[in-house]
Design a protein around this ligand. Structure first.
Ligand code: ADP
Length: 600
């Protein structure tokens, strides 16, 4: 039996925050109402069984006839059995609901990752993202399986025993209602602290996630550089802060439990004492005394069950905030374009492009006017931080320009569908990511149905065929985590093959900064030559050998284009370029570098 309707919110709630918790349930109204019904049956039968049990005791004490006692006893047993059934059914339907919602939430989070990648995710820590997808999502289970259902049960059931008490005698209802009101107000009085503690716990869980993912990701560097002690200390500090946050949360939750217990006892005592006075004053028959006590207990039971769940309400809301704010976060580059031009890409045109990462941050690019013509190999050069990668990322539409216009083949990038843009432009990043799969799987990632001949041609063009030939299982060889079985140069060439296989008219390549051995470097250069044959190639260039092969070189300095031309022209006219070349020359060739020419 399926409890759930099909998913009707493909991307999740549009607004983040705690309200989204309830909005999600709109798609799951039937299972939610069923869970509430089971919760009501469970708690209602529990109250009915105890009250009837109390009446049975009173009837026995006051000498009722045995047949009536047997009947009452049978009824109590029947109610207890039904209650057991309702309790199991409630656990089943409410958890089925909660885990279905959690699966949906994780699907939305995955979509959010895809929507936000890579632009916005570049700025987030992976540990934090994993924590949101796993631990924070898991934190919502409490709300869907328990909190909301218990709230409905408490609202519906709590008044009923009070009404029954009032029927026995109004004073009994008043005696029970006063401590019950205090019981209900305690969590409200502590709610701000509850929120604060919950937020601190979730934030610290994310921090531990960040530290652990840093350590796991950088384990090689940590060991080689002998920094184990320092990182152990960072993880230890993060985990002890988490323990402290948990402790504060636990102490407050314990205080709430203690106050609940005291006020439950107070409700029972107040009712009993009032009943005792009423009995001694002849205003209440003695046989109603145990019944009154059980009615008072019945009034407190749903409230106490609810408050046991809301003790961690701060954690639930903080988790919801972290999960749904990400689910609702708009993409850096919304996929609202409708154009899907069929002809080849043409070139890029940048008109007065400005870009900054933060609204009030410094400009990473300013006044960029540039033409990248079809079929050209253009090298972007400049000192570290000059804006080369930022410019490459804008060409790939990881971000949109803050000001100005960027067109490809005459169309503003925003007008193209993302899918079409990806069909037109391939990217080889500096830090290539290979999945822990076979070489074939990784190379065909962007075109899984590629013809084998095309795959081999791409491997050959990217100078990767000989890499594959030396692997034990050829293209079936597993590359290890992040391609650990391969060298940096080999990984890079596989990434070039992956990009070439997509047969896009434009290729953007971020050259590795790390030193490659001479053979790897030559191979990569040859791969670049193969790539340029019929494409526009934009390469963030760090090596002189690459720069010298470019048709044109664009020099960036603090976000501005300070030179644009051929190598000899720039060497003559652009002192910034000449200085860069001189510096690079001294690194790569131990001969006298050319001297910078001065501008007239
Ligand atoms: P390059 O590739 O030439 O080394 P970048 O394009 O990476 O330079 O950086 C240009 C400027 O933008 C630098 O000042 C850098 O600090 C800043 N920057 C780069 N990436 C980010 C980011 N994700 N968030 C904020 N600032 C960034």
């Amino acid at each position: 039996m399926s409890l759930h309707r099909s998913e009707v919110m493909p991307d999740g709630p549009a607004a983040g925050g705690v309200r989204a918790l309830a909005v999600v349930l709109r798609t799951q109204l039937r299972p939610f109402l069923l869970s509430c019904a089971c919760g009501l049956a469970n708690q209602g039968l529990q109250i009915a069984a105890t009250v009837l049990g109390a009446y049975l005791v009173a009837a026995a004490v006051t000498g009722a006839d045995p047949a009536q006692l047997w009947l009452l006893g049978g009824l109590v047993l029947g109610l207890v059995a039904l209650r057991g059934l309702a309790s199991w059914w409630e656990a089943y339907v409410s958890h089925a609901l909660a885990f279905f919602v959690l699966a949906q939430v994780r699907g939305w989070l995955y979509r959010a990752f895809v929507r936000l990648a890579p632009g916005k995710l570049l700025r987030r820590r992976s540990g934090d993202l994993v924590t949101r997808a796993m631990a924070d999502s898991e934190g919502l289970e409490m709300f869907y399986a328990h909190t909301l259902i218990y709230l409905v049960v408490a609202v519906v059931l709590t008044p009923l025993p009070l009404v029954a008490l009032a029927v026995l005698h109004p004073a009994l209802a008043v005696a029970a209602a006063v401590p019950l009101a205090l019981l209900c107000s305690a969590p409200f009085a502590l709610r701000r602290v509850n929120f604060r503690h919950g937020a601190a716990v979730r934030a610290q869980v994310a921090e531990v996630g960040n530290q652990v993912s840093d350590v796991v990701g950088g384990l090689r560097e940590i060991v080689v550089l002998d920094r184990e002690g320092r990182h152990r200390e960072r993880v230890r500090a993060a985990t002890s802060q988490l323990a402290a946050a948990h402790l504060r949360q636990g102490v407050r939750a314990g205080l709430e439990s203690a106050s609940n217990q005291v006020l439950v006892a107070a409700t029972l005592l107040a009712t009993l004492i009032t009943a005792a006075f009423l009995v001694s004053g002849g205003q209440l028959e003695a046989r109603w005394l145990p019944v009154a006590a059980m009615l008072a207990a019945g009034a407190t039971a749903p409230v106490v069950t609810l408050f046991e769940a809301t003790k961690v309400w701060g954690i639930t809301t903080a988790s919801a905030e972290r999960v749904f704010s990400l689910v609702a976060e708009p993409a850096a580059t919304p996929d609202t374009g409708t154009l899907s031009p069929t002809r080849a890409a043409g070139g890029y045109e940048l008109h007065d492009v400005w870009f900054r990462y933060d609204e009030d941050g410094p400009w990473a690019l300013r006044e960029v006017d540039l033409s990248l013509r079809p079929g050209e190999l253009v090298a972007l050069v400049g000192h570290s931080g000059a804006g080369k990668s930022t410019l490459a990322h804008l060409l790939l539409r990881f971000f949109d320009p803050t000001r100005g216009q960027l067109t490809l083949g005459g169309h503003d990038l925003r007008e193209l569908t993302q899918q079409r843009l990806h069909e037109l432009v391939a990217f080889v990043p500096q830090d290539v990511f290979l999945f822990q799969e076979s070489v074939w799987w990784n190379v065909t990632l962007g075109r899984p149905d590629a013809d084998p001949a095309a795959v081999h041609a791409a491997l050959a063009a990217a100078q990767a065929a000989e890499v594959v030939a030396e692997l034990p299982d050829g293209t079936d060889t597993l590359v290890g985590e992040r391609g650990a079985r391969l060298s940096g140069g080999e990984r890079q060439r596989l990434a070039v093959a992956r990009a070439l296989l997509r047969e896009t008219p434009v290729l953007v390549l971020d050259e590795p900064v790390s030193q490659l051995d001479t053979i790897s470097e030559r191979r990569l250069r040859d791969a670049l030559d193969a790539a340029r044959s019929d494409r526009t190639v934009v390469v963030v260039a760090h090596r002189l050998s690459t720069i010298l092969r470019a048709d044109r070189v664009v020099v960036l300095d603090r976000g501005r284009v300070v030179g644009d031309g051929t190598h000899p022209d720039l060497l003559r006219d652009c002192p910034e370029y000449a200085r860069l070349v001189a510096a690079q020359w001294s690194l790569e060739l131990p001969v006298t570098p050319p001297q910078p020419c001065q501008r007239e």
